[in-house]
Design a protein around this ligand. Structure first.
Ligand code: AHR
Length: 345
């Protein structure tokens, strides 16, 4: 039965609104994309046939993240048959847990969320399971028993890291310097997130085969431009010779390039420092085309439609897979031009 909490009586709606306002419900310090307004709750009550989805997003740290939110919001619309509740956790796991608990108490039909880090989800997902609510993980993974979620839709982060190292192998081989000394630094994403763990593991598994590839340092830049720049500046002061920067997202790459150029060095195809980036947002693809980023490993944020397909299958009573991996490409100066125009994020 759709929207059962809201359909029953206005009194129940009023109680829930009070819970939300008292801070026990979805965060009342409303982010631009949060939607827990009273009017919408009444509309939801009047449209009991809508599928109710509670969505907890990590934050708005990157261009990628904004595109990911947009892909969910443009998919789960009333026109498409959904009532979407959203919450922006502002990079705090406790906010995500609070939002998920609120969705459980509102008896939504599905909870969709991108786990900020892999650990720490057992208790709240047990609660969702007990309430009989389907949980769909999106983008990042959670380190929990598979029985605690219905499915996961996202990127193979480890494979992304491997692709980065495979590209570097190929590039060094083409220059005939595969066995020369290569000094590498890694700008990592949010510590303990699937994207950080996977990309680091994938890259380092291949790097460890080469005794001459030296990973001088790895430090988090929190997936943001400002922190990426700060960390890159520090590394440039600390290490006199950096040959390769592996930056685990484009936002940190923008900051790193600024820091490198401010230090009087150049980046990219004919530059002093090779830049390997992840995400492939439009601004970064333009830098690939200019030759200032050597390679960008795509991470596809358009996951809303994939999640919706899964929900439709579940609605029809069909079996779903435990994992769905989205398609992704690798962009270099040679192939990037054909893709830039269509990139809308
Ligand atoms: O989990 C996906 C990562 O999170 C993206 O690479 C990054 O830009 C985002 O913030």
């Amino acid at each position: 039965m759709r929207g059962k909490v809201w359909k029953d009586t206005v009194a129940v709606v009023a109680v829930i609104v009070l819970v939300a306002l008292s801070g026990c419900g979805v965060s009342s310090s409303v982010a631009p994309e949060d939607n827990n307004e009273t009017d919408d709750l009444y509309i939801y009550g009047e449209n009991g046939d809508l599928i109710v989805v509670g969505f907890s997003q990590i934050g708005s740290e990157s261009v990628w993240r904004t595109a990911n939110t947009e892909s969910v919001e443009s998919t789960f619309t009333k026109e498409n048959g959904y009532f979407l509740l959203t919450d922006n956790a502002r990079q705090r796991q406790e906010n995500q847990i609070k939002a998920i608990r609120s969705y459980i108490s509102q008896r939504v039909d599905y909870i969709v969320f991108s786990p900020m880090t892999e650990d720490g989800w057992n208790t709240v997902l047990e609660e969702a399971k007990e309430a009989g609510i389907e949980v769909i993980l999106m983008d990042r993974r959670a380190n929990v028993d598979e029985s605690l979620y219905t499915t996961w839709v996202g990127s193979d982060m480890k494979r992304e890291g491997e692709k980065a190292a495979e590209w570097l192998e190929k590039d060094l081989r083409a220059k005939d310097i595969l066995y020369d000394t290569v000094n590498i630094v890694i700008l990592q994403g949010t510590p303990g997130s699937s994207s950080e763990l996977g990309r680091t593991a994938g890259f380092e598994a291949i790097a460890s085969k080469y005794k001459n590839w030296h990973i001088l340092d790895r430090e988090t830049g929190d997936f943001t431009t400002a922190k990426g720049k700060e960390v890159m500046r520090k590394m440039l002061r600390q290490y006199p010779q950096i040959d390769v920067v592996v930056s685990q997202n484009d936002d940190m790459t923008f900051g790193a390039i600024e820091a490198i150029e401010e230090a009087g060095l150049t980046t990219g195809v004919n530059g002093d420092i090779t830049i390997i980036s992840f995400d492939a947002v439009r601004g970064a693809l333009e830098l690939v085309e200019e030759g200032r980023i050597n390679v960008d490993i795509e991470c596809n944020p358009n996951q809303g439609t994939y999640v919706e397909e899964v929900i439709q299958k579940l609605e029809r009573g069909e079996q779903v897979e435990k994992a769905y991996v989205v398609e992704e490409k690798v962009f270099t100066k040679e192939n990037v031009s054909a893709y830039i125009e269509d990139r809308n994020y």
